[in-house]
Design a binder for this molecule. Sequence first.
Ligand SMILES: [Zn+2]
Length: 303
Amino acid sequence: MSNTQYSTQDLRSGADPSFQKKLAELLRRESRLSIPDPLYAEGLLFDKSLYNISRLYRQNRVLAHVLGARLVPKFITVGRSLEEFDLKNHEIYYNPIADELLWRLSTKNSDEWIWTMRMVLEYSNSIFHELSHFIINKSLPWVECGLERYAFQESLVLYRDVLLGRELGKGGLPFNVCGVVYRTSADTGPLAKSKRFDFFRTQVIFGYLQVRGIDNARGRSLLLKNGVKLGRFTPLDLNPMFSKTAYTTWMKARAMQSVLAFKPSEIIPLCDVHFLKKVFNSLESIFQTSTRNRASVEPRLRH
Ligand SMILES: [Zn+2]
């Protein structure tokens, strides 16, 4: 797809009249793709496309499956899935809207595009993001580090989203428009091994600060004051709506703990390179295991 001149928001608003056709074509192509039987999730939007295109997406699907996650079709809005999201639940819900979307794209004219988009954004979420939560929560030992635990987990999950956006490059735009991939990236291609930790560190530090209500400009000056030098990577830019609404809703809904204001002491573990390196190494080894476990989900393919 060549929608380089359009942003996600432009495309959602219908700025490119040909986008409807391109999306329908992508969905039709998807119906010809396969996915290993135990992972098959009927009607999950762009699941087979992403499984076939993306190594990181496959990693998440396989590892979550091995750890006991089940994808369950359920009529549920994005807002409700956020409020009811339970880290301990092995069932991850999704709306099976792929067929409905294809029908709308094939039969409705462009005047109805906005309604179609509304439906898509109300009922689709990023399964990749949900499965990252599941895997990280299950596999990473939670050390006391002075960081707000759930915000820290969110920053690790956001880092995985950034990696996926980077892996997909321009091709990720339609998935991002439909809400099944949360990040897009102009930078693509694999990162050199020597740069991976620096990249992780930048995304996790700024991701954490944003989830805690500190925007990137304030974050930068906070880090500068504490003598933190980061590489040249551009940090993710979180929609402020997310930290203000989604995160606080999520926390309150769970009543795990009240949403406290950012404490200055939280900057200490974020500045601690050894601590972050330990987390980085743990994450790397967690996701590498999916390659070893892949054989257990390969035997049969489902269309
Ligand atoms: Zn999340």
